[in-house]
Design a protein around this ligand. Structure first.
Ligand SMILES: [Mn+2]
Length: 393
């Protein structure tokens, strides 16, 4: 049987107030074309379907159109929510989704059979069982009384134990239902040993160690991290499909893709990566206004962040750069970053470092100590809120 694994759609995401709905529409058409070409038996979507808990009607319409087009092509899908999604919105879509073979598993429930979706092969009589772990909000897992007296580490290990317990129960139930089926598990979580893409919201998502993932299933499909990646240390073949667009300038060098998984009972799955070409590239260009203007022809099909050298501010040229339709962010390089960037030491300028790295440095300089993890988490949350608010303005 064949499956297509995609994740972190974030439909409704804007970048510096610019809509990305046309990019999303083009990439969905691309994904459906790949699905048809590969004659898949089902599409697997591992969360962050929408960017916001209350997505725009335009965003909802595009997801409905995409699932309807899959249904017209007779391609079933299995979808779970991520940390961005509101499970009650997905629960509201579930009855109509089921009619269109778009199986939405909106939340964790006690009855495990609600979390296991059987998928029949188009031909040949095989069956797959897709076990789902929708994103588990830490506050749903740890009740207040339980977690009040706990340290941060205590709460994280209690969370990990619950996740591990769910995986165990899920996989046992899948074996009981049909030990001869193709076995696949979907989850939306942050694995400790993996790399961030750059556009994820991190502060409220508890990390899980790779050792807690289920063993002995043929494929574990993960969502949350936006960089597509293989999870090497997992006991089952495991991948993050990554986001389908470069979500933010932190993801600007990442090629986006989907995975095609071919699996038959009792055999290791064969997995290939198929690149996605239709999303715009996010580019960062550094230099004088004159040099930037000379490169403008390369900006077609891109969103560009321009960082201008500080001694080159001739107002007229800067205005011309600002007026380029693809330029959505323009700032001036800090003198200190210029010095670092020009050094032979290979030290990175501030432009390549995350806000929390910069905050940690600032705190260390001022207080001669590392910030507490809670303070760092609070900073990240406030920073994300501020960054998103300016995006959504
Ligand atoms: Mn995401």
């Amino acid at each position: 049987m064949k499956f297509l694994h995609t994740s972190d759609w974030h439909v409704g995401r804007t970048i510096r107030s610019r809509s990305r709905i046309d990019e999303h529409r083009a990439v969905f058409a691309e994904i459906i074309a790949i699905a048809k070409q590969e004659a898949i038996d089902a599409m697997l979507v591992t969360g962050d379907i929408f960017h916001e808990r209350r997505p725009s009607l335009e965003a909802q319409e595009l997801v409905a159109e995409t699932l309807a087009e899959l249904a017209r092509q007779r391609i079933p899908s299995v979808l779970i929510p991520g940390n961005h999604d509101d499970s009650s919105l997905l629960r509201a879509l579930k009855p109509l989704g089921t009619l269109a073979q778009a199986h939405i598993v909106p939340e964790v429930v006690a009855d495990l059979s609600e979390l296991i979706v059987p998928i029949p092969a188009r031909a040949g009589g095989e069956q797959a069982l897709v076990g789902c772990l929708p994103y588990l909000h830490p506050h749903l897992v740890l009740n207040t009384a339980e977690s009040l007296g706990m340290t941060e580490e205590g709460r994280i290990s209690a969370y990990q134990a619950k996740v591990q317990g769910f995986f165990r129960a899920l996989v046992e139930d899948m074996r009981r239902k049909n030990p001869g089926a193709v076995s696949i598990v979907l989850a939306h979580l942050h694995l400790l040993e993996c790399e961030f893409g750059g556009g994820e919201w991190r502060s409220s998502v508890f990390p899980v160690a790779t050792g807690f993932l289920p063993a002995g299933v043929q494929y574990v499909a993960l969502g949350h991290l936006h960089k597509p990646q293989v999870v090497e240390k997992s006991k089952s073949q495991t991948r993050y499909a990554g986001s389908i667009l470069q979500m933010d300038f932190g993801e600007r060098d990442q090629k986006k893709s989907v995975y095609i998984i071919e699996a038959h009972p009792g055999k290791p799955a064969e997995i290939t990566s198929v690149p996605l070409e239709k999303g715009k590239w996010l580019l960062r260009r550094t230099g004088t206004a004159e040099a930037i203007l000379a490169q403008a022809a390369e900006f077609a099909d891109a969103w560009v962040e321009v960082v201008l050298a500080p001694d080159q501010r001739t107002a007229e040229l800067v205005d011309k750069v600002r007026a380029l339709p693809e330029v959505i962010s323009l700032r001036f390089e800090e003198p200190q970053a210029v010095a670092e960037g020009n050094g032979e030491t290979g030290k990175r300028g501030n432009g390549d470092r995350s806000a929390s790295e910069l905050f940690r440095d600032y705190y260390q300089k001022k207080r001669k100590a590392d910030p507490e993890p809670q303070l760092l988490a609070l900073f990240e949350r406030l920073y994300q809120e501020a960054a998103t608010a300016s995006d959504e303005a």
